[in-house]
Design a protein around this ligand. Structure first.
Ligand SMILES: Nc1ncnc2c1ncn2[C@@H]1O[C@H](COP(=O)(O)OP(=O)(O)OP(=O)(O)O)[C@@H](O)[C@H]1O
Ligand SMILES: [Mg+2]
Length: 290
């Protein structure tokens, strides 16, 4: 078979689509070119398309290569939609991208990844079979993922031993990865600010002669991010993805799933002749068909 030409990551903002692409770049060992949609657009007539051509030329020359289009919705809006931000130049750019993706032969070893948080306004031609035909939904993190994100965000931070990341993860249902990172940043910042203030107070006292030079100096080992800091950070925390937005994504994901198989629900190969064989196989492949 011919390998797939690309995937599309979609999901609410701040859930790690761009991060995932970066991780792929690190892990895959192929060349990696990343471009944000708006970077392709210029004000000069015809230059935006030329940029696209150049980009694919570069990718082909560097094959095996992964070509990442971040913020794809900005260039791949439904053509001719005439909505805000849609433009003739945008239409020509997306036409050029479609042409290039079609033109990338299987032997050329160029794989395209698109990322967007607006799959609903994306031109359907982009995700039709043969182009970015594998749609991967990157949802809000679940409990396990939230814990992992807390751990990752705080891996180098000195946290007080009584701070339970487990509890934090459990009370951040509905938060995106970016929101969780923000909580950690706020707590760290607060701890740092507090340490600086304490030290300033101490220096003032030293100056006034109340304290000796090194008296009461905090041991760097004791400077930690404590429960208090996290309490404050949590009180300032926000959910950047609203229930309403989330519902839209879930709906789109459902629609993608439901759309598959709808066209031929009644179709089934008659397998009565080889049934004994099939059953043993079914047991091993349950996961595959889940
Ligand atoms: N799964 C995760 N693990 C660790 N950090 C994460 C994760 N998801 C998000 N983050 C944090 O949130 C930040 C934003 O994530 P990222 O830029 O990948 O979001 P995105 O899905 O591309 O959003 P957008 O749709 O707005 O472009 C990251 O830089 C990282 O700090
Ligand atoms: Mg992004």
């Amino acid at each position: 078979m011919n390998p797939s030409k690309g995937v599309l990551f979609y999901g609410p903002p701040g859930c790690g689509k761009t991060l995932l692409a970066k991780a792929i770049a690190n892990e895959c060992g192929a060349n990696f070119i990343s471009i944000k949609g708006p970077e392709l657009l210029t004000q000069w007539f015809g230059e935006s398309e030329a940029n696209v051509r150049e980009l694919f030329d570069k990718a082909r020359a560097a094959s095996p290569c992964i070509l990442m289009f971040d913020e794809m919705d900005s260039i791949a809006k439904t053509r001719g939609s005439g909505g805000p931000g849609s433009s003739e130049a945008g239409d020509r750019v997306i036409n050029q991208i479609l042409t290039e993706i079609d033109g990338v032969g299987a032997r050329k070893n160029v794989f395209c990844i698109g990322a967007t948080n607006r799959p609903d306004i994306l031109d359907p031609a982009v995700i039709r079979p043969g182009r970015l035909d594998q749609l991967i939904y990157i949802p809000l993190p679940d409990l396990k993922s939230r814990l992992a994100i807390f751990k990752a965000a705080l891996r180098t931070a000195p946290i007080a031993p009584d701070v339970s990341l487990d509890v934090l993860a459990r009370s951040t249902h509905g938060f995106s990865g970016a929101d969780i990172t923000e909580i950690c940043t706020t707590a760290s910042k607060l701890a740092i600010r507090e340490a600086i203030l304490t030290e300033e107070e101490r220096l003032k006292k030293v100056e006034a002669g109340d304290l000796d030079e090194d008296e009461g100096k905090a041991d760097p080992k004791d400077l930690m991010i404590t429960k208090k800091h996290f309490n404050f950070a949590m009180s300032r925390a926000r959910r950047s993805v609203s229930e309403k937005d989330l519902a839209l994504f879930e709906e789109f994901a459902e629609k993608q799933k439901a759309g598959r198989g709808e066209a031929a629900t009644n179709f089934k190969f008659d397998n009565s002749s080889s049934s004994s064989n099939d059953e043993t196989e079914d047991e091993n492949t349950d996961d595959l068909y889940a």
